[in-house]
Structures are given as C-alpha cells and as structure tokens.
Design a protein around this ligand. Structure first.
Ligand code: ACO
Length: 436
C-alpha cells in the first residue's frame, strides 16, 4: 500500500498544446489502474480549467481502499476480491478491513465487534425525532434527518482534528445505523422500537430489531442472517461513487461526520444510485411476466421514452458486476432456505438473458448491477421496497466512514471546490423595477 508521499510520478509527462503554447504536466501512477494526469497547476500556469461534468475522466482524490476495473469485472477491497470476501468473510471483518487496511486477527476482530456491539444503542431522546415524521414517511427521509441529528447528541465525537474522536464517531455510525434503520421500519408499521441485544451478531441484531416484537422471542434464521450479512458486504464500499464523493465533499469543509453521512444518505436515495434497488423491484413487478419483457426492452432503448432498465448499467462497471454474480447466488440460497419461488425471479432471469443478447445493451456494455437482484432477496426476506435503499445506506456507512477518515488523514486534503464554464450574462447594470 502506498501513502500520499509515495505516489509515483511515472516517467511519462503529458503535454498540452494550447494554440501553439505547450505545457507539461506530470503523470502519476497508482498501484494498479489508469495513470492520472496531474493538472493541479493547470489553471495557475495556463488560466484554463478542465471541463468534465459527471467526472467521467476525473480522479477526485487518492485512495487505498477500493479498486474497480469495470471492464474486467474486478472489485477489490484493500486488494481482496469481493467474491472471496463475500464467500469467506463477515460484514464486521470487511468493516475492519476497510477502516484499518488489513484483515484482523481473531483478537482484533473480537475487540472490534465488541466495540461496535456496545455502541448500537441510540440516545433515548432520539426516538422522539421519529414521532415528528408521518407514519408513511420514506425510511430514507427519516434516515437523512435522524443521522444528521446524531451530531446534536454526540458532541464528544465531532472534533475532526482529533483521531480518537474520529474513531469513536466512526464506530458510533457503523453501530447505530442498523438501530436507526430498524426504528424507521418499526415506526412505519406502528410497532414498538426494539432495543439491540448484545449477544447477537451485527446482522442478527438488525434482523431482530426489524422483525422481532417485544411480546415474543425472535428466532434468527441462520440462512437469512448469512444472506443479509453478505448483502451488507456487497454494499460496503464502491470507490468514489456519487454518495461517497458527496461524503468527501461535505467532509472537505470540516463538517462533522454525522452531517457528512446525512449528505451521503441524501445522495444515495436517488434512483440513478442506491434508489435503484427499490426501482428495480418495482419495475420487475410492473413487467409481471416474461412475455411482456420485449416491450420493456424496446421502451428502454427508445430515446423518447425516459424509461430505463433499473438495476442495469453502471458508470464504471462495463462488464458483469461481480456483486451481481454473488447476489444472484445468494438469492438462490435464500429461496431454497425459505422454500419460496417468486415468479419475479424468473422475470429477472429472462430480462437479463434478453438484454444481454440485445445489440443495444451489448454495444453500450450495460450489465446487471448490484441492485438488479438485491430487491428480490430483500422482498423474500420480508422488507418492504421502501426499506431497500435504507439497507444500502446502512451497509455503505462503513465505506463512507472509511473514505472520510482517509480523506481527513490525507495531508494533501483541501476543501473540494470545483469551477465552472460560465455561460450566463456578462456584467450589466441593475435596472430599477419600474423601468423593466
Ligand atoms: N437502460 C437503458 N439504457 C441505458 C441504461 C439503462 N439502464 N443505462 C444506460 N443506458 C444508456 C444511456 O441512455 C446512454 O445511451 P446513449 O449513449 O445513446 O445516450 C448510455 O447507455 C450510457 O449511459 P449514461 O447514462 O450516459 O451512463 P452513466 O454512466 O452516466 O450512467 C447509470 C450510469 C446512472 C447507472 C445508468 O446506467 C442508469 O441510469 N442505470 C439505471 C439505474 C441503476 O440501475 N442505477 C444503479 C447504479 S449502481 C449503484 O449506484 C449502486
């Protein structure tokens, strides 16, 4: 692993020719992946900006957390392939890995799990926030509000210049997110909030807080616990995606971590990002039966129709998303364990097959992403569609927190402040209202 100072300057230089005036820029080399042209001095030396809406060609930071090769279908966390982590690891272990850079020893993992487990309760007054929401509030609306409100409760972990406070805030966020998400669900169905139980696993605890009731013992289904834990692993981090970049940008101003996570949740909510898991299941249910698929594929291809195949396509993944592969396998395991056979799965498989053999999707390299199958599993487990993105937020919190910590610890970190190509009016004089 490499630190900021060790980032290698490749032998190559990039030469920019601006109307006959040439300028050299260093090319930086990561440990793997595309080199980057270091244009930090571009404006200072040429008076020009780069233009890259959507950041399609922009590396916004240096990071040692997650590597994606979208063409090859590779996703590595701290170097470890997602398939291996999903198969052999646990969400707690992956969280430790993302936060600390190395896989934990058994003792490290026990200590980490102990700490997280003992931060799962939320301040008792926080429950009153829930009463302020309508019962039919979207869980993501509640998550934005309640997670942001944490900064009003945990003042002793908002000093971002103190590494110890950053660590406590990170643990609190990872630990409390399941409690907050489960409370959002309980509030929507009018059942009492369930307190966490320390003898349970991170994921088992979440399932009990969501589906258990105080009147009786809740029995955790081992296959569901395993599947849910794996779903959390698959959502833990994904490089500089929109919500992570939002967290980094919010954090770059020195905002406290709870406020930054609320910003990340807001960004994740959109259907082009985390909201796609909800939209994908709604779409599959709307399609209803395999014979209607061709009609929807034609709609997705029609430029005059805003409809898109939800759960398909990705800015970076231009091959089969390795998370979708594990997700499909997990789906089969859950169906077997619960002895269910949801016709929506058949529709999804057929849709995938037809889309992957269609020239439009082939040419544009549109493959199922992590959200395509996750909704079907979550539905089978018993979550309403509105909870899907909240579950994504729960799991992604570890990635957000790890990326935020990495950014704050980076000596090269400055406030994120993009520029623009201005196309508005040039300077003109104010006209009094009576003369307009
Ligand atoms: N259905 C139909 N056409 C699509 C789809 C789709 N799902 N996705 C992309 N395309 C087409 C676009 O219309 C565009 O066509 P054009 O070149 O003729 O204009 C081309 O493929 C490239 O798509 P862009 O939107 O330019 O690609 P971008 O990288 O900006 O967007 C995105 C990626 C937002 C994920 C897009 O694929 C999409 O909207 N997918 C559906 C929503 C979804 O599943 N989001 C979850 C992403 S994963 C995640 O966030 C966890």
């Amino acid at each position: 692993m490499r630190t900021s100072e060790e980032t290698r300057v490749a032998d190559k230089q990039a030469t920019l020719d601006l109307g006959g005036q040439t300028q050299e820029f260093p090319v930086l080399e990561g440990s793997v992946g595309p080199d980057v042209v270091d244009i930090r001095k571009l404006y200072g030396t040429t008076g020009k900006f780069t233009y890259d809406p959507g950041y399609k060609s922009t590396a916004s930071c240096e990071s040692a957390l997650t590597y994606i090769d979208g063409e090859a279908g590779v996703l590595l966390h701290r170097g470890y392939p997602i398939g291996q982590l999903a198969e052999n690891s646990s969400f707690m272990e992956v969280s430790y890995l993302l936060l600390n850079g190395e896989l934990p020893t058994q003792e490290d993992l026990d200590d980490f799990t102990y700490t997280i487990t003992r931060h799962t309760m939320v301040h008792d007054q926080l429950r009153q926030f829930y009463q302020g929401f309508r019962r039919d509030a979207h869980p993501m609306a509640i998550m934005c509000g309640v997670v942001g409100a944490l900064s009003a409760f945990y003042h002793d972990s908002t000093d971002i210049s103190d590494p110890e406070q950053r660590k406590i805030a990170s643990h609190r966020l990872i630990a409390k997110m399941p409690t907050i998400a489960a409370m959002a669900y309980k509030y929507s169905v009018g059942q009492p909030f369930m307190q966490p139980k320390n003898e349970l696993s991170y994921t088992g605890n979440f399932l009990r807080m969501t589906f258990g009731v105080p009147a009786e013992e809740y029995e955790i289904h081992p296959a569901i616990e395993k599947a849910m834990d794996r779903i959390f692993i698959l959502h833990a981090d994904h490089e500089q995606n929109a919500s992570t970049s939002t967290v980094r940008l919010a954090g770059s101003s020195g905002a406290n971590p709870f406020a930054c996570m609320a910003a990340g949740i807001a960004c994740l909510w959109g259907p082009a990002h985390g909201g796609a898991n909800e939209a994908a299941l709604n779409m599959l249910q709307e399609i209803g039966s395999p014979d209607k698929i061709p009609h929807y594929i034609e709609r997705a291809k029609d430029k005059n129709d805003p409809f898109r195949l939800m759960g398909f396509g990705h800015r970076v993944c231009k091959n089969y998303d390795p998370r979708a592969t594990v997700m499909q396998q997990t789906l089969r395991e859950v169906f077997e364990a619960l002895n269910v056979n949801d016709p929506v799965f058949e529709t999804a498989l057929k849709l995938e097959e037809l889309a992957l053999n269609d020239d439009y999707f082939k040419e544009k390299k549109l493959f199922p992403n992590v959200d395509f199958y996750s909704g079907i599993i979550l539905n089978a487990i018993g979550f309403p569609t509105t909870m899907f993105t909240a579950l994504f937020a729960l799991a992604r919190t570890v990635g957000w927190v790890a990326q935020w910590n990495e950014m704050i610890s980076d000596p090269a970190q400055v406030i994120g402040r993009p520029r623009q190509l201005y196309t508005g009016p040039t300077e003109r004089d104010y006209v009094p209202i009576g003369q307009r």
